[in-house]
Design a binder for this molecule. Structure first.
Ligand SMILES: Nc1ncnc2c1ncn2[C@@H]1O[C@H](COP(=O)(O)OP(=O)(O)OP(=O)(O)O)[C@@H](O)[C@H]1O
Ligand SMILES: O=C(O)C1=C[C@@H](O)[C@@H](O)[C@H](O)C1
Length: 292
């Protein structure tokens, strides 16, 4: 959706994608990325984005980049990249492991995050599938059982933990084996905390074919998925809490002032991950300085 915003007041035309939510998200990304310099940066960013687009011959389009979410606009991506470059240097090559329930956005957010950090993206479920000759997770579960899958999952995490500069989207159940934490803690672990209701809505919408622990034969998809997720989350809550960093989508929605958390874009979540990872790294550095 196109909208004249900000730019007009500055004396240049703006066609940046800013609908009602998009405007809030864009402001939010700016705010959380750069703290107090909000207004100044919004203006500079939009001006820069405008200049770059003019240079690229895009000044009359409402192009969005890298995402099917219409609010992930050019300025957000640019800000995210700036922030990602900074955090990347602090991470010193350490990987980021995203943990969370099925459907929490580890893959979607992880891809955005990896681009911002200049890291590779790996999906540990896909890694396991490739190791076992392209067999799907669903097929592995049905033919060989969950334990068989978990063994390969642990092996995958061990291998991935020895690599650097990767954003790893782990399987939803990777947190249940304590040994996996030893592997993942070679990097920074981030828990994406999304309410079960939103997860159930997302998963019911796409189906459960690729999610063997949530299979159902018939009936109301949402309710069955919700009940399945509820049971799993009860068992896993403590494990997820072991992550170095928690990013709560509810908190982001509250900061944005939006009622429906489905209005919180993956880009806004990725931005918040960067902010929380930075805090975590600084906290660790400070305590190392205080207690040498
Ligand atoms: N912030 C978001 N808002 C709305 N939908 C989202 C958001 N993030 C992810 N989704 C959608 O939710 C579904 C699940 O996302 P994704 O595959 O990234 O989750 P996941 O944590 O990797 O899941 P799994 O562990 O089952 O592989 C996808 O259809 C995706 O498009
Ligand atoms: O939550 C889980 O236990 C799972 C999540 C998926 O990512 C897959 O790893 C598999 O379907 C199991």
């Amino acid at each position: 959706m196109e909208a004249k915003a900000y730019g007009g007041a500055l004396g240049f035309p703006s066609d940046i994608c800013l609908n009602k939510i998009g405007r809030k998200q864009s402001a939010f990304a700016t705010r959380i990325v750069y703290g107090m310099k909000v207004i100044d940066l919004q203006c500079r960013t939009l001006l820069t984005a405008h200049k770059i687009r003019t240079f690229m011959g895009l000044s009359h389009s409402s192009t969005t980049f890298g995402s099917s979410y219409s609010c992930a606009s050019f300025d957000e991506d640019w800000l995210l990249k700036m922030k990602g470059d900074k955090i990347s240097s602090h991470l010193d090559g350490r990987s980021v492991f995203l943990v969370g329930m099925m459907g929490s956005g580890k893959t979607t957010v992880g891809k955005i995050l990896s681009e911002a950090l200049g890291y590779s993206f790996v999906d540990s479920d896909k890694y396991v599938e490739q190791t076992i000759g392209g067999t799907s997770v669903d097929h592995i579960f049905s033919q060989c059982g969950e334990n068989f899958f978990r063994d390969y999952e642990s092996e995958a995490l061990q291998k991935l933990s020895s690599m650097r500069q990767q954003v790893v989207a782990t399987g939803g159940g990777a947190v249940v084996r304590p040994i996996n934490w030893e592997y993942m803690k070679q990097g920074v672990t981030v828990y994406l905390d999304v309410p079960l209701d939103a997860l159930a809505r997302r998963i019911a919408a796409v189906g459960t074919e690729s999610r063997p622990l949530l299979h159902f034969d018939s009936g109301d998809a949402y309710t069955k998925v919700f009940v399945g997720l509820f049971t799993l989350s009860k068992k896993r809550a403590q494990s997820y809490a072991s992550a170095d960093v928690t990013v709560s989508v509810l908190d982001i929605a509250a900061a944005l002032g939006v009622d429906d958390i489905s209005d919180v874009t993956p880009t806004a979540i990725a931005a918040e991950v960067l902010v929380q990872v930075e805090k975590y790294i600084h906290g660790n550095t400070m305590s190392m300085q205080m207690f040498p």
